[in-house]
Design a protein around this ligand. Structure first.
Ligand code: IPM
Ligand code: MG
Length: 362
């Protein structure tokens, strides 16, 4: 038998440890893995005084894939409120993305048919939505120079042609792949604020150049404010959305609500060919419900499925997990974030939802 693949597990804060533990049970049901647990975020600040230790970066560099829960919580926000220079849990997440060169963040949004009623949007609007947000993850305002000068603060946004080109190629390649066997052709919507920002004008110019390599893919450009509106008014018209870091952060939370709950959205962060990717739910650490056994583990399980598909070349196992999650939702079982009280639904906590997924996989 070949060596089991090595997964570094960064459970993090809040509900992170609960949803990651649930997901490990599911992973163990489809294959044998070699796990290595490390600290990130607030728990790492408590232990080491910083959100990401160098040893953790080294461990991530030498594994096959990284599975992450969530970081952050009020405890550390309060420390920062008292001392603005204090370590922040989010530095751990941004640090690991940067250190591993994870420049492409893929956030697929496809409401499960069983959850259409949980979405705040009308069924006729969201039915058939199947889009992918490709978010640039290691540039822009998140990583620009920032600082304070007296009563003024600044955060710089910069992008290079090289950074824009590589994320654009990821989007076009993904669009081509998604269109295989589909009736409609591949489409990419590039989102910017080119009517105001210079980085957005460079973004648009560069996307146009790269699009020349993909004549079979239809491309349009959309301003970010308009995109925010179109996402809720006609989400089914989108295929692949490619955008810069901050716009992608905002739009992906908005798009997540199409699925009924932020608790359903997985993500994959990918870097250079052959380097380990990082897989995490889009939602945060939900400190308000941490430790109560009610967190929705499904986005983390679906992130693990993305890890199997994109990070470990195990597509059959990925299909199994996704199928099991769909089946559990179809059965009516709902964590509280998804529960609407409609007929056929039954409310359940993390353990019961996880047991149901395991039963589907057995
Ligand atoms: C996300 C999160 C992070 C981000 C935070 C926690 C730093 O919102 O992954 O979308 O802004 O990238
Ligand atoms: Mg976000």
């Amino acid at each position: 038998m070949s060596q089991p693949r090595k997964i570094v597990v960064l459970a993090g804060d809040g509900i992170g440890p609960e949803i990651v533990a649930a997901t490990r049970r599911v992973l163990d049901q489809v294959a044998v893995f070699d796990y290595e647990e490390h600290l990130i975020g607030g728990i790492s600040i408590d232990e080491h005084g910083l959100a990401l230790h160098d040893d953790v970066v080294d461990a991530c560099r030498s594994c096959d894939a990284v599975l992450l829960g969530a970081v952050g919580g009020p405890k550390w926000d309060e420390l920062v409120a008292v001392d603005p220079g204090a370590a922040r849990p989010e530095q751990g997440l941004l640090g690991i993305r940067k250190a591993l060169g994870l420049y492409a963040n893929l956030r697929p949004v496809k409401p499960s048919p069983a959850l259409i009623d949980s979405s705040p949007l009308k069924e006729e609007r969201i039915a058939g939505t199947d889009l992918l947000v490709v978010r640039e993850l290691t540039g822009g305002i998140y990583f620009g120079e920032s600082g304070r000068d007296g009563d003024t603060a600044h955060d710089d946004c910069s992008y290079s042609v090289a950074e824009i080109s590589r994320i654009t190629r990821v989007a076009f390649e993904a669009a081509k792949q998604r269109a295989v066997g589909r009736d409609s052709g591949p489409r990419v919507t590039s989102v910017d604020k080119a009517n105001v920002m210079e980085t957005s004008r460079l973004w648009r110019e560069t996307v146009k150049v790269i699009a020349g390599e993909y004549p079979e893919v239809e491309l349009d450009h959309m301003l970010v404010d308009n995109t925010a509106m179109q996402l809720v008014s006609r989400p089914t018209d989108f295929d692949v959305i490619v955008t810069e870091n901050l716009f992608g952060d905002i739009l992906s939370d908005e798009a997540a609500m199409l699925t009924g709950s932020l608790g359903m959205l997985p993500s994959a962060s990918i870097g250079a060919e052959g380097e380990p990717g990082l897989f995490e739910p889009v939602h945060g650490s939900a400190p308000d419900i941490a430790g109560r056994g009610v967190a929705n583990p499904l986005a983390t399980m679906l992130s693990a499925a993305m890890m199997l598909r994109y990070g470990l070349s195990m597509p059959a196992e990925a299909d199994r997990i996704e199928g099991a999650v769909d089946a559990v939702l179809a059965s009516g079982l709902r964590s509280p974030d998804l529960f609407t009280g409609a007929e056929g639904e039954r409310e359940a906590g993390t353990a019961e939802v996880t047991d149901a997924v395991l039963a589907e996989l057995a």
